[in-house]
Write a new protein. Sequence first.
Length: 160
Amino acid sequence: MENTSSRKEASRKKSLGELGELFAIKAVVDNGFDKIRNLNDQKFNEPFADIYCEKNGIKYIISVKARNKYQKNGKLNTRYNLGSKVYEKVLKTEKIYHAVAHWMAIQFDRKSYSIYFGAIKELNGSKAIPVDKCEKGLVGMKLEYNKRHFFDFDFYSNTK
């Protein structure tokens, strides 16, 4: 029984990540980026970045982190981890793509979502995106804020 629930939870998280990448691609299109590529289509699990794009002659690599707005205990999910050895991965990936590393945090709730975007250097060595500070306008920029979505969120929710 526990193995089934573990697989279901892994599937939920993977699906939420994939949904986040779709929303991220739409966000970069809506914000005037071009030459957009989903790097996971080229190489499964690129070490740092999920998306490559360009705008005004600047090349970007973007790590997309999609999470539920609230934790299972009902508290705000304030920090989205970028993973282990993130800064080593950033340097390697920036060199490969000749691009500047950025992050995109996508915060999903039952009926709405928000998207925050910023440069890795804004995190000052932190290994997590401080979504609570993004929401207050202290880190990164808001690409979308509490925008209504129209899909059934039950599968993606971390509370049942």
